[in-house]
Design a binder for this molecule. Structure first.
Ligand code: SF4
Length: 326
């Protein structure tokens, strides 16, 4: 995978999509606050001449990002400060332990695309985790049965880094489940190579249940190459789940979400979470108020079978679990 596969300048994408010059100039200014990155392959799915395209709207820098809005912060889930575990022990860098029995490793900042609403947009580093230190720490935490690899995007790690990570995880006999959160099959499916599947298989051969959670926000993300890639995961019989962020102007509509969840199910993916936006500075314009979200959730219950309706939740720093927005 070479850097030429990505567009990192809004001017290039704007010209490709025939966007107005004043929008491009504004986007160039705004992107100084957070990196801009869109895979060329994804850009090919975007409708030309409109900023309202649901894929473009997730990645295009908007002036709204520059507004300071009360309640929005650089680290909305307090991940940089809540770094002590229940026993008050300092955790190694890149490791989070929010919930009972599960720990999370932020693998790196290498995402296939940079989402403007990302709750880690101000905190994602590029440094790779020190797996030796993390494994040494976890050796003393046998109550952790599930390790979550998040990011950035774990599948954006170099193959040798992933190999190292899996090597250490394989040595943790009490870890029964490894959950990988990724947008790669959706944003840049060709990067999920047969070599990666070999690595997944190796982990599975060490008695680890491997679970994938795909981040999907709109049915237009399910292009034929993405669908084929998801079907590859399905053929390998991995449990597949999705999570979706409720986003103003992108998927704040029960019909759109119902289409997304139905298509996911056809590919073998169970809709798992519908997330209320985490209040990260620069993303307030994406927020759908809770009351409106509840109405959308209620409509979903009316038009879909219950097994296709994900849990509508919010994450609260320090809480023992995600909070259902009933
Ligand atoms: S961590 Fe996820 S939400 Fe954030 S930029 Fe990467 S792919 Fe997007």
């Amino acid at each position: 995978m070479t850097e030429t596969a990505f567009i990192t300048d809004p001017a290039e994408l704007g010209a490709m999509l025939s966007l107005p010059q004043e929008e491009i100039t504004r986007a160039e200014e705004v992107r100084k606050t957070a990196p801009f990155r869109v895979p060329r392959r994804l850009a090919g799915l975007i409708e030309k001449g409109t900023l309202r395209d649901p894929i473009l709207a997730q990645f295009w820098p908007k002036e709204d990002e520059l507004r300071t809005v009360p309640g929005y912060s650089a680290d909305p889930l307090a991940e940089q400060t809540l770094e002590e575990n229940r026993a008050g022990i300092k955790l190694p860098d890149s490791l989070l332990w929010k919930y009972a029995g599960r720990a999370l490793v932020m693998t790196n900042g290498a995402c296939a695309a940079k989402c403007r609403f990302c709750f880690r947009r101000h905190t994602l580093g590029t440094a790779a985790p020190d797996w030796k230190k993390i494994a040494a720490f976890l050796e003393n935490c046998p109550e952790i049965e599930e390790l979550i690899l998040s990011g950035g995007d774990p599948l954006g790690m170099a193959r040798c880094e992933l190999d190292t990570a899996f090597h250490y995880i394989e040595g943790l006999s009490f870890v029964k489940r490894v959950r990988i959160h990724t947008r790669y099959p959706v944003l840049f499916p060709e990067a999920v190579t047969p070599g990666l599947f070999d690595l997944f298989d190796r982990l599975r051969s060490h008695q680890k249940n491997l679970i994938f959670v795909f981040h999907l926000n709109h049915p237009s993300e399910l292009a034929p190459d993405t669908n084929r890639k998801i079907q590859e995961f399905n053929r390998e019989h991995y449990p597949l789940f999705s999570q979706t962020v409720l986003l103003r102007g992108i998927n704040d509509n029960a019909r759109i979400l119902a289409r997304l969840f139905t298509k996911e199910f056809e590919l073998g993916v169970i809709p798992y979470y519908l997330h209320q936006l985490d209040r990260v500075a620069g993303a307030a314009h994406f927020e759908v108020p809770d009351e409106e979200g509840r109405v959308i959730d209620g409509e979903l219950w009316k038009i879909l079978p219950g097994y296709l309706v994900p849990r509508y939740v919010r994450e609260i720093p320090g809480a023992a679990s995600k909070i259902p927005l009933l």
